[in-house]
Design a protein around this ligand. Structure first.
Ligand SMILES: CC(C)(COP(=O)(O)OP(=O)(O)OC[C@H]1O[C@@H](n2cnc3c(N)ncnc32)[C@H](O)[C@@H]1OP(=O)(O)O)[C@@H](O)C(=O)NCCC(=O)NCCS
Length: 334
Protein backbone atom coordinates (compact mmCIF):
# COMPACT_ATOMS: atom_id res chain seq x y z
CA UNK A 1 0.00 0.00 0.00
CA UNK A 2 1.50 3.37 -1.06
CA UNK A 3 2.01 6.02 1.59
CA UNK A 4 1.91 9.77 1.12
CA UNK A 5 5.40 11.10 0.35
CA UNK A 6 4.69 14.77 0.95
CA UNK A 7 2.33 17.70 0.53
CA UNK A 8 2.61 21.00 -1.32
CA UNK A 9 1.51 24.43 -0.04
CA UNK A 10 -1.29 24.31 -2.58
CA UNK A 11 -2.80 21.17 -1.01
CA UNK A 12 -1.43 18.53 -3.39
CA UNK A 13 -0.23 15.22 -1.96
CA UNK A 14 2.40 13.04 -3.64
CA UNK A 15 2.43 9.27 -4.05
CA UNK A 16 4.33 6.59 -5.90
CA UNK A 17 2.15 5.19 -8.66
CA UNK A 18 0.90 1.62 -8.39
CA UNK A 19 -0.80 -0.81 -10.76
CA UNK A 20 -4.17 0.02 -9.21
CA UNK A 21 -3.84 3.68 -10.30
CA UNK A 22 -3.94 2.76 -14.00
CA UNK A 23 -7.58 3.76 -14.58
CA UNK A 24 -7.15 7.10 -12.79
CA UNK A 25 -4.05 7.81 -14.90
CA UNK A 26 -5.94 6.98 -18.08
CA UNK A 27 -8.77 9.28 -16.98
CA UNK A 28 -6.41 12.30 -16.91
CA UNK A 29 -4.73 11.24 -20.17
CA UNK A 30 -7.67 11.61 -22.52
CA UNK A 31 -6.58 12.95 -25.93
CA UNK A 32 -2.97 13.61 -24.92
CA UNK A 33 -0.64 13.94 -27.93
CA UNK A 34 -3.66 13.75 -30.25
CA UNK A 35 -4.21 10.08 -29.41
CA UNK A 36 -0.50 9.17 -29.77
CA UNK A 37 0.06 8.67 -26.06
CA UNK A 38 2.50 5.89 -25.17
CA UNK A 39 1.51 5.69 -21.50
CA UNK A 40 -1.52 3.37 -21.86
CA UNK A 41 0.95 0.84 -23.25
CA UNK A 42 3.95 1.56 -21.02
CA UNK A 43 2.32 2.17 -17.65
CA UNK A 44 2.49 -1.47 -16.54
CA UNK A 45 6.13 -1.96 -17.51
CA UNK A 46 7.00 1.36 -15.85
CA UNK A 47 5.77 -0.12 -12.53
CA UNK A 48 8.61 -2.63 -12.51
CA UNK A 49 11.34 -0.98 -14.62
CA UNK A 50 14.64 -0.75 -12.69
CA UNK A 51 15.68 2.83 -11.91
CA UNK A 52 12.24 4.31 -12.65
CA UNK A 53 10.05 6.38 -10.35
CA UNK A 54 6.47 7.23 -11.32
CA UNK A 55 5.12 10.08 -9.21
CA UNK A 56 1.46 11.03 -8.79
CA UNK A 57 -0.08 14.21 -7.36
CA UNK A 58 -3.56 14.13 -5.84
CA UNK A 59 -5.95 16.73 -4.56
CA UNK A 60 -7.95 14.87 -1.95
CA UNK A 61 -8.77 11.56 -3.62
CA UNK A 62 -8.56 12.96 -7.12
CA UNK A 63 -5.52 12.29 -9.30
CA UNK A 64 -4.35 15.56 -10.82
CA UNK A 65 -0.85 14.95 -12.24
CA UNK A 66 1.81 12.39 -13.13
CA UNK A 67 5.48 12.59 -13.93
CA UNK A 68 8.11 9.88 -14.21
CA UNK A 69 11.91 9.83 -14.00
CA UNK A 70 14.30 7.14 -15.21
CA UNK A 71 17.83 6.96 -13.87
CA UNK A 72 20.29 6.55 -16.78
CA UNK A 73 23.88 7.34 -17.79
CA UNK A 74 25.40 5.38 -14.92
CA UNK A 75 23.34 7.23 -12.33
CA UNK A 76 24.37 10.75 -13.48
CA UNK A 77 21.19 11.63 -15.35
CA UNK A 78 17.49 11.44 -14.80
CA UNK A 79 15.33 11.42 -17.93
CA UNK A 80 11.87 12.74 -17.11
CA UNK A 81 8.86 11.56 -19.09
CA UNK A 82 5.11 11.26 -19.04
CA UNK A 83 4.32 14.69 -17.56
CA UNK A 84 0.60 15.38 -17.56
CA UNK A 85 -1.90 17.40 -15.55
CA UNK A 86 -5.65 16.77 -15.57
CA UNK A 87 -7.47 19.29 -17.82
CA UNK A 88 -9.36 21.02 -14.96
CA UNK A 89 -6.08 21.85 -13.15
CA UNK A 90 -4.04 23.08 -16.12
CA UNK A 91 -2.66 26.61 -16.25
CA UNK A 92 -2.23 26.86 -12.46
CA UNK A 93 1.39 25.80 -12.12
CA UNK A 94 0.72 22.17 -11.15
CA UNK A 95 3.25 20.90 -13.72
CA UNK A 96 5.96 22.96 -12.01
CA UNK A 97 4.92 21.71 -8.56
CA UNK A 98 5.06 17.99 -9.40
CA UNK A 99 8.35 18.48 -11.29
CA UNK A 100 9.97 20.15 -8.30
CA UNK A 101 8.71 17.43 -5.96
CA UNK A 102 9.98 14.65 -8.23
CA UNK A 103 13.34 16.42 -8.66
CA UNK A 104 13.83 16.63 -4.88
CA UNK A 105 12.65 13.06 -4.34
CA UNK A 106 15.03 11.67 -6.97
CA UNK A 107 17.94 13.74 -5.73
CA UNK A 108 17.51 12.30 -2.23
CA UNK A 109 17.11 8.79 -3.61
CA UNK A 110 20.09 9.09 -5.99
CA UNK A 111 22.54 11.81 -4.89
CA UNK A 112 24.66 10.89 -7.94
CA UNK A 113 22.24 12.72 -10.27
CA UNK A 114 23.88 15.74 -11.91
CA UNK A 115 21.55 16.57 -14.78
CA UNK A 116 17.92 16.27 -15.71
CA UNK A 117 17.10 15.62 -19.34
CA UNK A 118 13.91 15.60 -21.32
CA UNK A 119 12.64 15.58 -24.86
CA UNK A 120 9.47 17.27 -26.01
CA UNK A 121 7.58 17.76 -29.21
CA UNK A 122 6.99 21.31 -30.43
CA UNK A 123 6.02 23.10 -33.61
CA UNK A 124 9.09 24.67 -35.23
CA UNK A 125 9.72 28.05 -33.64
CA UNK A 126 7.70 27.32 -30.48
CA UNK A 127 8.86 28.89 -27.25
CA UNK A 128 11.53 26.94 -25.41
CA UNK A 129 11.30 25.94 -21.77
CA UNK A 130 13.19 28.78 -20.13
CA UNK A 131 15.19 26.84 -17.56
CA UNK A 132 16.58 24.25 -19.97
CA UNK A 133 19.51 24.24 -22.39
CA UNK A 134 18.69 22.95 -25.86
CA UNK A 135 21.12 20.15 -26.73
CA UNK A 136 19.72 19.09 -30.09
CA UNK A 137 16.71 19.16 -32.29
CA UNK A 138 15.34 16.57 -34.70
CA UNK A 139 12.54 16.96 -37.21
CA UNK A 140 9.64 14.54 -37.04
CA UNK A 141 7.99 13.23 -40.20
CA UNK A 142 4.62 11.73 -39.31
CA UNK A 143 2.62 9.45 -41.58
CA UNK A 144 -0.73 7.76 -41.19
CA UNK A 145 -2.69 5.15 -43.13
CA UNK A 146 -4.73 2.00 -42.85
CA UNK A 147 -2.45 -0.84 -41.76
CA UNK A 148 -3.03 -2.68 -45.05
CA UNK A 149 -2.01 0.42 -47.05
CA UNK A 150 1.54 0.16 -45.72
CA UNK A 151 2.16 -2.81 -48.03
CA UNK A 152 1.67 -0.69 -51.16
CA UNK A 153 3.45 2.23 -49.49
CA UNK A 154 6.43 0.01 -48.79
CA UNK A 155 6.60 -1.09 -52.47
CA UNK A 156 6.14 2.52 -53.53
CA UNK A 157 9.15 3.78 -51.57
CA UNK A 158 11.20 0.72 -52.56
CA UNK A 159 10.56 1.56 -56.21
CA UNK A 160 11.50 5.15 -55.60
CA UNK A 161 14.71 4.12 -53.88
CA UNK A 162 15.66 1.92 -56.81
CA UNK A 163 14.60 4.39 -59.45
CA UNK A 164 17.70 5.84 -61.09
CA UNK A 165 15.61 8.74 -62.31
CA UNK A 166 14.75 9.84 -58.77
CA UNK A 167 15.23 13.46 -57.92
CA UNK A 168 17.13 14.71 -54.92
CA UNK A 169 20.65 14.21 -53.68
CA UNK A 170 20.77 10.51 -54.64
CA UNK A 171 19.89 11.08 -58.29
CA UNK A 172 21.83 8.64 -60.43
CA UNK A 173 23.68 7.04 -57.49
CA UNK A 174 23.68 3.32 -56.69
CA UNK A 175 21.18 2.02 -54.14
CA UNK A 176 22.76 2.06 -50.68
CA UNK A 177 22.94 -1.17 -48.76
CA UNK A 178 22.21 -1.03 -45.03
CA UNK A 179 22.95 -3.95 -42.75
CA UNK A 180 21.59 -5.15 -39.37
CA UNK A 181 23.69 -5.51 -36.21
CA UNK A 182 23.87 -8.50 -33.91
CA UNK A 183 24.27 -7.90 -30.17
CA UNK A 184 28.05 -8.18 -30.25
CA UNK A 185 28.40 -5.76 -33.16
CA UNK A 186 25.92 -3.37 -31.56
CA UNK A 187 27.87 -3.30 -28.33
CA UNK A 188 31.12 -2.55 -30.15
CA UNK A 189 29.53 0.15 -32.31
CA UNK A 190 27.84 1.89 -29.37
CA UNK A 191 30.89 1.83 -27.12
CA UNK A 192 33.21 3.24 -29.79
CA UNK A 193 34.17 6.68 -28.39
CA UNK A 194 34.21 8.13 -31.95
CA UNK A 195 30.58 7.21 -32.58
CA UNK A 196 28.93 10.44 -31.34
CA UNK A 197 31.01 12.63 -33.68
CA UNK A 198 31.11 10.20 -36.63
CA UNK A 199 27.35 9.64 -36.65
CA UNK A 200 26.60 13.16 -35.37
CA UNK A 201 24.45 11.84 -32.56
CA UNK A 202 22.05 14.56 -31.35
CA UNK A 203 23.50 15.98 -28.14
CA UNK A 204 25.83 12.97 -28.13
CA UNK A 205 22.92 10.64 -27.36
CA UNK A 206 20.96 7.82 -28.88
CA UNK A 207 17.36 9.04 -28.64
CA UNK A 208 15.19 5.94 -28.56
CA UNK A 209 11.50 6.74 -28.99
CA UNK A 210 11.99 10.08 -27.14
CA UNK A 211 14.35 8.67 -24.51
CA UNK A 212 17.89 10.11 -24.70
CA UNK A 213 20.66 7.72 -23.61
CA UNK A 214 24.40 8.26 -23.83
CA UNK A 215 26.08 5.42 -25.73
CA UNK A 216 27.85 4.03 -22.67
CA UNK A 217 28.13 0.62 -21.07
CA UNK A 218 25.62 1.38 -18.32
CA UNK A 219 22.88 2.17 -20.88
CA UNK A 220 23.33 -0.94 -23.03
CA UNK A 221 21.07 -2.95 -20.79
CA UNK A 222 18.35 -0.27 -21.03
CA UNK A 223 18.56 -0.24 -24.84
CA UNK A 224 18.58 -4.04 -24.76
CA UNK A 225 15.19 -4.00 -23.02
CA UNK A 226 13.60 -2.19 -25.95
CA UNK A 227 13.88 -4.97 -28.58
CA UNK A 228 15.14 -2.61 -31.31
CA UNK A 229 15.78 -3.57 -34.96
CA UNK A 230 18.93 -1.81 -36.15
CA UNK A 231 20.22 -0.89 -39.61
CA UNK A 232 23.59 0.76 -40.23
CA UNK A 233 25.76 1.67 -43.20
CA UNK A 234 28.75 -0.17 -41.74
CA UNK A 235 28.91 -2.86 -39.06
CA UNK A 236 32.12 -1.53 -37.54
CA UNK A 237 32.36 2.23 -38.08
CA UNK A 238 28.90 3.45 -39.05
CA UNK A 239 28.24 7.06 -40.05
CA UNK A 240 24.52 6.32 -40.15
CA UNK A 241 22.41 4.31 -37.68
CA UNK A 242 18.72 3.68 -37.48
CA UNK A 243 16.29 1.43 -35.66
CA UNK A 244 12.62 0.96 -35.14
CA UNK A 245 10.97 0.29 -31.80
CA UNK A 246 8.39 -2.52 -32.00
CA UNK A 247 5.04 -0.89 -32.83
CA UNK A 248 2.62 -0.49 -29.95
CA UNK A 249 -1.09 0.33 -29.50
CA UNK A 250 -2.20 3.93 -29.01
CA UNK A 251 -5.67 5.41 -28.44
CA UNK A 252 -5.79 7.27 -31.82
CA UNK A 253 -9.16 6.79 -33.57
CA UNK A 254 -10.35 4.22 -31.08
CA UNK A 255 -7.23 2.04 -31.27
CA UNK A 256 -4.31 2.29 -33.69
CA UNK A 257 -0.68 1.27 -33.80
CA UNK A 258 2.31 3.59 -33.43
CA UNK A 259 5.63 2.94 -35.13
CA UNK A 260 8.74 4.99 -34.25
CA UNK A 261 11.76 5.02 -36.54
CA UNK A 262 14.81 6.83 -35.15
CA UNK A 263 17.68 7.81 -37.44
CA UNK A 264 21.15 9.17 -36.66
CA UNK A 265 23.49 10.71 -39.21
CA UNK A 266 23.02 13.24 -41.97
CA UNK A 267 22.92 11.11 -45.11
CA UNK A 268 19.43 11.34 -46.63
CA UNK A 269 20.14 8.48 -49.03
CA UNK A 270 20.82 6.17 -46.10
CA UNK A 271 17.72 7.50 -44.38
CA UNK A 272 15.61 6.59 -47.43
CA UNK A 273 17.09 3.10 -47.47
CA UNK A 274 16.46 2.77 -43.74
CA UNK A 275 12.78 3.62 -44.18
CA UNK A 276 12.43 0.99 -46.89
CA UNK A 277 14.26 -1.62 -44.79
CA UNK A 278 12.33 -0.91 -41.60
CA UNK A 279 8.90 -0.90 -43.22
CA UNK A 280 9.65 -4.16 -44.99
CA UNK A 281 10.82 -5.80 -41.80
CA UNK A 282 7.95 -4.61 -39.66
CA UNK A 283 5.42 -5.68 -42.29
CA UNK A 284 7.07 -9.10 -42.59
CA UNK A 285 6.88 -9.46 -38.79
CA UNK A 286 3.07 -9.37 -39.03
CA UNK A 287 2.88 -6.57 -36.47
CA UNK A 288 0.39 -4.58 -38.55
CA UNK A 289 -1.93 -7.54 -39.16
CA UNK A 290 -5.45 -7.11 -37.81
CA UNK A 291 -4.96 -3.45 -37.01
CA UNK A 292 -6.93 -0.60 -38.41
CA UNK A 293 -4.65 2.43 -38.59
CA UNK A 294 -0.93 2.93 -38.15
CA UNK A 295 0.75 6.23 -37.25
CA UNK A 296 4.46 6.22 -38.08
CA UNK A 297 6.87 8.85 -36.74
CA UNK A 298 10.30 9.18 -38.33
CA UNK A 299 12.94 11.22 -36.48
CA UNK A 300 15.61 12.80 -38.68
CA UNK A 301 18.18 15.54 -38.70
CA UNK A 302 16.26 18.72 -39.69
CA UNK A 303 18.44 19.09 -42.81
CA UNK A 304 16.91 15.89 -44.24
CA UNK A 305 13.26 16.56 -43.50
CA UNK A 306 12.19 18.04 -46.85
CA UNK A 307 13.87 15.31 -48.85
CA UNK A 308 12.40 12.49 -46.80
CA UNK A 309 8.98 14.05 -46.84
CA UNK A 310 9.14 14.17 -50.65
CA UNK A 311 10.32 10.57 -50.66
CA UNK A 312 7.25 9.45 -48.71
CA UNK A 313 4.77 11.36 -50.88
CA UNK A 314 2.75 9.98 -53.78
CA UNK A 315 1.12 6.93 -52.23
CA UNK A 316 -2.69 6.91 -52.20
CA UNK A 317 -3.05 5.16 -48.83
CA UNK A 318 -0.31 6.54 -46.58
CA UNK A 319 -0.46 10.30 -46.03
CA UNK A 320 1.13 12.98 -43.93
CA UNK A 321 -0.29 12.75 -40.37
CA UNK A 322 0.63 16.35 -39.59
CA UNK A 323 3.03 19.04 -40.78
CA UNK A 324 6.64 19.00 -39.69
CA UNK A 325 7.13 19.13 -35.97
CA UNK A 326 10.32 18.98 -33.92
CA UNK A 327 11.73 16.87 -31.17
CA UNK A 328 13.73 19.04 -28.77
CA UNK A 329 16.29 17.43 -26.48
CA UNK A 330 17.04 19.55 -23.42
CA UNK A 331 18.82 19.43 -20.10
CA UNK A 332 19.45 21.38 -16.95
CA UNK A 333 21.77 20.87 -14.03
CA UNK A 334 20.25 19.86 -10.72
C1 LIG B 1 1.85 20.55 -20.53
C2 LIG B 1 1.15 20.43 -19.18
C3 LIG B 1 1.77 19.30 -18.37
C4 LIG B 1 1.37 21.74 -18.43
O1 LIG B 1 0.78 21.63 -17.14
P1 LIG B 1 0.23 22.91 -16.35
O2 LIG B 1 0.16 22.59 -14.92
O3 LIG B 1 -1.02 23.40 -17.00
O4 LIG B 1 1.39 23.96 -16.66
P2 LIG B 1 1.48 25.44 -16.09
O5 LIG B 1 1.72 26.30 -17.26
O6 LIG B 1 0.32 25.78 -15.21
O7 LIG B 1 2.76 25.28 -15.18
C5 LIG B 1 3.88 25.99 -15.48
C6 LIG B 1 5.07 25.22 -15.00
O8 LIG B 1 5.16 23.94 -15.67
C7 LIG B 1 6.27 23.91 -16.53
N1 LIG B 1 5.89 23.27 -17.77
C8 LIG B 1 4.82 23.54 -18.54
N2 LIG B 1 4.81 22.74 -19.61
C9 LIG B 1 5.90 21.93 -19.52
C10 LIG B 1 6.43 20.90 -20.32
N3 LIG B 1 5.84 20.52 -21.46
N4 LIG B 1 7.57 20.28 -19.92
C11 LIG B 1 8.18 20.65 -18.79
N5 LIG B 1 7.72 21.63 -17.99
C12 LIG B 1 6.58 22.26 -18.35
C13 LIG B 1 6.64 25.38 -16.73
O9 LIG B 1 8.02 25.51 -17.06
C14 LIG B 1 6.33 25.96 -15.38
O10 LIG B 1 7.32 25.59 -14.46
P3 LIG B 1 7.68 26.56 -13.20
O11 LIG B 1 6.50 26.54 -12.30
O12 LIG B 1 8.88 25.88 -12.61
O13 LIG B 1 7.95 27.91 -13.80
C15 LIG B 1 -0.39 20.21 -19.33
O14 LIG B 1 -0.91 21.19 -20.18
C16 LIG B 1 -0.74 18.83 -19.90
O15 LIG B 1 -0.96 17.89 -19.15
N6 LIG B 1 -0.84 18.74 -21.22
C17 LIG B 1 -1.10 17.48 -21.89
C18 LIG B 1 0.12 16.55 -21.83
C19 LIG B 1 1.38 17.17 -22.40
O16 LIG B 1 1.36 17.81 -23.44
N7 LIG B 1 2.49 16.98 -21.67
C20 LIG B 1 3.75 17.59 -22.06
C21 LIG B 1 4.83 16.61 -22.11
S1 LIG B 1 6.31 17.41 -22.75
Amino acid sequence: MASCLGESDGGLTFWLAEEKDYDDVMDISDDIYGGNDYLPRRYHSWMTEPGRVVMLARRGDKLVALESGLLVDDGCTVVVEGLRVCPSERGRGVAGVIQRFLDDYLQKLHPSIRVKRLTRGVEPGAERLAKFTLLAKRAVLSLVGEAVSFHTFSSHIRNKLHSSTGTGSDSGKSVPHLVPLDDKQLRKVLLDPDLPSRAQLPGGAIIQDWQPLQPIEANLEILGRRDLSWLVDDQEKPTFLSFYTPPYPIPYEGGSLRLNIDTFGMNAVFARAALVGHFEKVLASGAFTGRSKVVAHVYVDPSMYEELQGFCEGDAGVKKFRDRWDQEFMERGV
